[in-house]
Design a protein around this ligand. Structure first.
Ligand code: FA5
Length: 345
């Protein structure tokens, strides 16, 4: 029996040395530690036999068990140190020779956000029609957001624009891009044609079609003898270009915006169907623009004589346009940064 146990001690030690030699990672080492040196490991299990032995056997085999334990731990520690040293040297070498210019295939490639693409497309269309592109401030004054747009302090239209007011008196986050109108008239004078896409904010609960931060685009043209037919021709041209179709028709309904008179809502015939579909909600028309002829009060407020000049303005939500164009059913997808959504555009 003693001979057998001596052989077992020896072969267990040899087995441990063999697995230690082939272990290359700290994970593999941890497995070996549990398997051989752990509380219920192979060495502990073998040593349990000592308890049932006679005093004489214990005297002879005890030191051998002890030696097995000590030398196994030593072998384990030596291998563990070697692996740790190798890991840190390899890491140091990697860092030293890290090549920032190396080509790594199959990487995700960045692309422009869907509405950056749409803004660029719109800007190209309006520049080609002779418009200049303006930016506008996102932090605005009550004056440019409301007052000069014929929306005085007690006007009920203010209620529609759930406004984020700042702690500074009369300052707010603009609720629409129509703020650009008076700035453009004051800075550029007339005649003028500006296109102004940009961020707007409304203190609204979000749902599939409403965000508290969204993007609008504003068009404003002022010259002599401008009429609704100029507005409709412009709207038709850019809508057809955006949808890449030349058979889109427009439908005009009365609309109310205090800064235009008459005010209009312009719908486009659905670019996706002839008989009604889910995008046009079976109506064959999609709502696209708020628009109208610039109110004489607005012109006067910026020092322009309404007896000589007239103009049109229109505004629309960019996300809504992108949603119609790309069949996106939830506006909240635009800002949540999910790569599987962004990747499609
Ligand atoms: C306006 O903001 C007017 N300034 C538009 C205008 C300009 C009319 C020039 C006449 C002349 P309205 O509040 O309807 O209008 O907003 C225009 C568009 O902005 C909406 O049709 C919608 O597409 C978008 N919009 C408004 N609120 C939100 C919101 N909370 N989330 C996403 N889009 C919105």
């Amino acid at each position: 029996m003693q001979k057998n146990i001596k052989e077992e001690i020896n072969s267990l030690h040899q087995a441990l040395l063999a697995v230690l030699r082939s272990a290359a990672t700290t994970d593999a080492l941890e497995k070996i530690r549990i398997d051989f040196l752990g509380r219920s490991g192979r060495i502990a299990t073998l040593m349990k036999q000592l308890k049932q032995m006679s005093l004489e056997q214990k005297k002879e085999l005890g030191p051998l068990f002890n030696q097995l334990k000590v030398s196994s731990e030593q072998a384990f520690n030596t291998r563990s140190n070697a692996i740790k040293n190798f890991d840190s040297t390899e890491q140091a070498l990697k860092e030293k020779f890290f090549d920032v210019t190396a080509y790594k295939p199959n990487q995700y490639r960045g692309s422009l956000h869907i509405y950056t693409q749409l803004i660029q497309q719109l800007e190209d269309i309006f520049i080609s029609m002779g418009y200049s592109v303006e930016d506008g401030n996102e932090v605005e004054t009550d004056y440019y957001n409301f007052e000069t747009l014929n929306i005085p302090a007690d006007h009920p239209a203010r209620d529609i624009h759930d406004t984020f007011w700042l702690n500074v008196p009369n300052m707010l986050l603009r609720t629409h891009t129509s703020t650009v109108q008076a700035h453009a008239m004051e800075d550029k004078g007339v005649p003028l044609a500006v296109f102004a896409p940009g961020r707007c904010y409304r203190n609204e609960a979000t749902d599939a079609t409403h965000e508290f931060m969204f993007t609008q685009a504003e068009g404003l043209l002022i010259d002599k003898n401008i009429s609704i037919s100029n507005l409709l021709a412009t709207a038709k041209t850019f809508i057809q270009k955006i949808f890449e179709r030349d058979d889109i028709k427009l439908r005009v309904r009365p609309g109310y915006f205090p800064f235009v008179e008459p005010g209009l809502e312009i719908d486009a015939s659905c670019p996706f169907c002839k008989k009604g579909c889910s995008i046009c909600k079976k109506t064959r028309w999609i709502e696209l623009l708020g628009a109208g002829l610039v109110h004489s009060n607005v012109l006067q407020s910026s020092g322009i004589n309404p007896n000589i000049y007239s103009g049109f303005a229109f505004g629309f939500g960019l996300e809504r346009l992108a949603m119609i164009k790309n069949e996106i059913d939830d506006i909240r997808l635009f800002h949540n940064g999910k790569i599987n959504f962004l990747d499609q555009f």
